[in-house]
Design a protein around this ligand. Structure first.
Ligand SMILES: NC(=O)c1ccc[n+]([C@@H]2O[C@H](COP(=O)([O-])OP(=O)(O)OC[C@H]3O[C@@H](n4cnc5c(N)ncnc54)[C@H](O)[C@@H]3O)[C@@H](O)[C@H]2O)c1
Ligand SMILES: [Zn+2]
Length: 369
């Protein structure tokens, strides 16, 4: 088992990564926290796989353990679900301040964390991420939110959990597509910060995707350490440091938005295409060598992630990119790789270059010109 400390003064917390460690929750969370009324927020599937057993374990520590079962998928990141969590907290927390345990993927983590950040102006919560993406990314760093019809993650806050417990055993039941989803973020970490992680991925990809115990624990720990270091430098995403985590995401979000966040592309798949587009853009700007771009593409392909977008509506992607621009002070901003392990922020990329990179990636029938 590994332990990583995320240092943020009074908001510091440990991240535990290991195989079959959920049962040991009492070793990782300070006993007084576990003596409070506990609300486990999860979905039906994860409740059946893990939640019920966890509730039983917690009942041996405290008398008051409750579960709020939220819908599966992005639908749960809504004000309706948020209201239900708040109502449940109000019921169980009349006398004592309750503790939330977010048991699930990024969706559960985001909505449960947002409820924790606002109920009584903030109550403690623990992240128990159950997807690969959540273990390497969303459970760490305190960004919590719900969606509104106009845009994803539009209402949220920064609110750090008390502890993150990443049990790699729970990943065994994840569908392959969710493993690939997490792999896109893992490859992202290698490109933005860690050439040795990238090499490790190139060498051990099969073991990692097959969830070989030593490989997966190593990779999640390396990624968690990178995310923790970035968050420590820029907790509130104002210094530009946290922005490097958006490598592949500007294009990725635009692709997801162009499909109205349907299942056509998962977040990871859209980010994979986005990382290819950003790498091609960097190549055209003369910021990176071709051999490095080839390595990035080759690894994504080996991870069964898409390099190109099929049947994407060019105009809709451009519209979404412009929407993004409006929220970043009127300039476009891309995280572009310089070499594997290093990225830089580039602003005001000429419009024609964005269009060229996009149109080269898309199938001819979707091209604007
Ligand atoms: N807060 C952040 O910093 C941050 C960062 C990245 C992404 N996110 C958010 O995370 C969300 C995506 O998270 P996700 O990719 O984890 O998706 P998700 O939470 O929707 O989970 C994906 C699917 O896997 C299932 N699942 C979860 N754990 C399982 C398990 N152990 N076995 C079998 N099935 C399991 C879920 O029921 C769901 O169907 C998005 O809403 C995104 O905005 C947040
Ligand atoms: Zn992402």
């Amino acid at each position: 088992m590994r332990k990583i400390n995320l240092r943020l003064g009074s908001r510091s917390y440990p991240i535990y990564i290991g195989h079959d460690i959920i049962d040991r929750i009492a070793d990782f969370v300070k006993p007084p926290l576990l003596k409070r009324p506990i609300l486990i927020v999860t979905n039906k599937k994860i409740n059946a796989l893990i939640g019920r057993k966890l509730a039983k374990r917690l009942l041996s520590i405290t008398a008051s353990v409750h579960t709020e079962v939220v819908p599966d998928s992005e639908r749960a990141k809504s004000f309706g679900v948020y209201n239900r969590i708040i109502a449940h907290l109000s019921k169980i927390g009349r006398k004592e301040i309750p503790l939330i345990i977010a048991l699930g993927g990024g969706v559960v983590g985001d909505v449960a964390g947002f409820a924790a950040s606002t109920y009584r102006r903030g109550i403690p919560y623990i992240q128990l991420p159950t997807t690969l993406l959540a273990q390497v990314d969303s459970s760490i760093g305190g960004k919590v939110a719900v969606d509104i019809p106009q845009a994803k993650n539009m209402v949220g806050s920064f609110y750090q959990p008390r502890t993150v417990i990443s049990d790699t055993k729970v990943l065994k039941t994840l569908p392959d597509r969710e493993i690939r989803n997490g792999m896109a973020e893992i490859i992202k970490y290698g490109v933005i910060r860690d050439a040795s992680l990238f090499k490790y991925l190139e060498k051990n990809l099969k073991g990692i995707m097959g969830l070989k115990r030593a490989c997966i624990e190593t990779v999640i720990s390396k990624c968690a350490r990178i995310k923790a270091a970035v968050v420590e430098k820029d907790e509130f995403d104002v210094k530009g440091e946290r922005a490097i985590l958006n490598f592949g995401h500007t294009f990725g979000h635009a692709i997801e938005a162009s499909f109205k966040y349907s299942k056509k592309y998962t977040h990871g798949e859209a980010v994979s295409i986005g990382m290819v587009l950003a790498s091609e853009m960097s190549l055209k700007l003369g910021l990176i060598n071709k051999s490095e771009v080839i390595r990035i593409k080759r690894l994504l392909k080996r991870a069964h992630l898409p390099l190109k977008a099929k049947r994407i509506n060019f105009k809709k992607v451009l519209y979404a990119l412009n929407f993004d621009k409006k929220f970043s002070g009127g300039t476009n901003r891309f995280v572009l790789p310089r070499k594997i392990g290093q990225v830089g922020l580039v602003e005001d990329v000429p419009e024609f270059l964005i269009e060229t990179v996009l149109s080269e990636s898309l199938y001819p029938q979707n091209m604007l010109f």
